[in-house]
Design a protein around this ligand. Structure first.
Ligand SMILES: NC(=O)c1ccc[n+]([C@@H]2O[C@H](COP(=O)([O-])OP(=O)(O)OC[C@H]3O[C@@H](n4cnc5c(N)ncnc54)[C@H](OP(=O)(O)O)[C@@H]3O)[C@@H](O)[C@H]2O)c1
Length: 379
């Protein structure tokens, strides 16, 4: 029996690579539904022609080949999850648009292949509680979390001393600090190792990406912040590590190719063909490790602070960052202003309380408004 796969965000970096993996494993998977905003009509039309899904969901009205049932409108992703019966829901939407779909997918009792880290950052408690209540398994797609998931298989998990997330350091790892204020969006989008969507690429340059991953790891692996550490490893060969109480450290390695964790999340517990390029061990640079510089990457510290509080601050951190990254990319905010906007928005809204999914979404809207006001002050 083929696994029925529903891909939310099929035209994005993860979505396209997932379809490449499925193309190599047609005997194992069937694409039953895809979604995108509808802005990239041409690519979506090609995907419809090639994979012939039963359903296509778009936010906008896109002109697409006849055949699939259409779901259109602001809640298209949410309706897609509720109306399509799939074995695997791959959530590859970017940013906060993934929060509600992940929450809804947690009720299906099926597999969630989760790329959208923002959903666990903002609503980790509610999504993971719901997933365990309804028996939905969450398999991480993020390469670091996939690495940790793999290192933990068959292990004595209470004996985990800490997990170690590796970070490439992004394009500005060696840039003099006094130049950071003037770096351009184009420079921030030139990631030394990974080719990804624009938001996560800027998050890698500020290292907010690692901060979001620390919070994501807290919910995926049920570990407190003090058991989650970060090390800068610019070569990106080790995707993350787990240290056990007996001193053993397990690491997962591979080329910097997201098709590896994507294929793992789709095929688990089996290893399937991924199409990834092999790891060249002897021709690459020597592997190095260093601590992240808190002055260069202030957002990482803010993420740890947010994690300490668990439910309110992560929502604010996530939303304010999204607003600030968008402003940076459109030239309305300097690179160093991103951390400022996040910090100030957290300060203003820190007294709010989040006790339900409704609170998450309400605080998200409030944080969006406050962060937009902060933009003017940080310019
Ligand atoms: N890319 C990576 O290598 C990578 C690695 C680890 C984790 N992740 C995580 O995976 C997620 C996706 O990242 P990405 O790099 O693939 O992003 P991306 O390239 O920007 O793609 C995002 C996808 O989501 C769709 N989308 C965005 N907003 C939407 C909305 N409101 N409603 C419906 N569809 C929407 C986009 O559609 P359009 O094309 O129509 O705009 C596109 O298909 C992020 O959470 C990211 O942090 C990515």
């Amino acid at each position: 029996m083929k696994q029925r796969v529903c891909i939310l965000g099929s035209t994005g970096s993860i979505g396209r690579q997932a379809l490449e993996v499925i193309r190599l494993n047609r005997d194992l998977f069937e694409v039953v539904a895809i979604s995108a905003t509808g802005r990239n009509q041409r690519l979506l039309a090609l995907q419809v022609e090639e994979f012939q899904p039963e359903v296509v969901a778009t936010l906008l009205n896109a002109e697409l080949p006849e055949g699939p049932r259409r779901i259109t409108g602001e809640n298209a992703n949410e309706r897609l999850i509720q109306e399509v019966d799939a074995d695997i829901y791959l959530i590859a939407l970017s940013g906060t648009s993934g929060i509600m779909p992940s929450y809804l997918a947690a009720k299906t009792g099926r597999r969630i292949a989760l790329a959208n880290k923002e959903s666990l950052v903002a609503a980790g408690r509610f999504i993971t509680e719901r997933a365990s209540l309804f028996g939905s398994e969450i398999i991480p797609v993020d390469s670091e979390h996939s690495a940790i998931f793999q290192c933990l298989l068959g292990q004595d998990t209470p004996k985990v001393k800490r997990i170690i997330l590796t970070a490439s350091g992004g394009p500005f790892l060696r840039r003099p600090l006094n130049e950071l204020e003037r770096v351009s969006p184009q420079e921030a989008l030139e990631h030394p190792l990974w080719s990804m969507g624009p938001k996560i690429t800027v998050d890698s340059a500020t290292m907010m990406n690692k901060g979001l991953e620390v919070i994501e790891a807290r919910w995926l692996f049920n570990l407190p912040g003090e058991k989650i550490s970060v090390v800068v490893h610019p070569q990106g060969v080790i995707h993350s590590m787990v240290e056990f109480e007996d001193g053993a450290v397990l690491a997962q390695m591979g080329s910097a190719d997201m098709k590896i964790p994507i294929s793992f999340a789709l095929g688990f517990p089996f290893r399937i063909e991924s199409g990834a390029s092999p790891l060249e061990l002897t021709s690459g640079s020597p592997l190095t490790f260093e601590d992240p510089d808190p002055q260069r990457f202030p957002l990482l510290k803010l993420a740890y602070e947010a994690l300490e509080e668990e439910t309110t601050l992560p929502v604010i951190l996530n939303t304010a960052n999204e607003v600030a990254v968008e402003a940076f990319l459109s030239g309305r905010l300097p690179f160093t202003g991103i951390a400022e906007v996040v910090k100030r928005t957290m300060d203003v809204l820190s007294a709010r309380r989040v006790e339900s999914m409704e609170d998450v979404m309400a605080l998200h809207l409030e944080a969006q408004k406050v962060a937009k006001e902060m933009l003017n002050e940080a310019v």
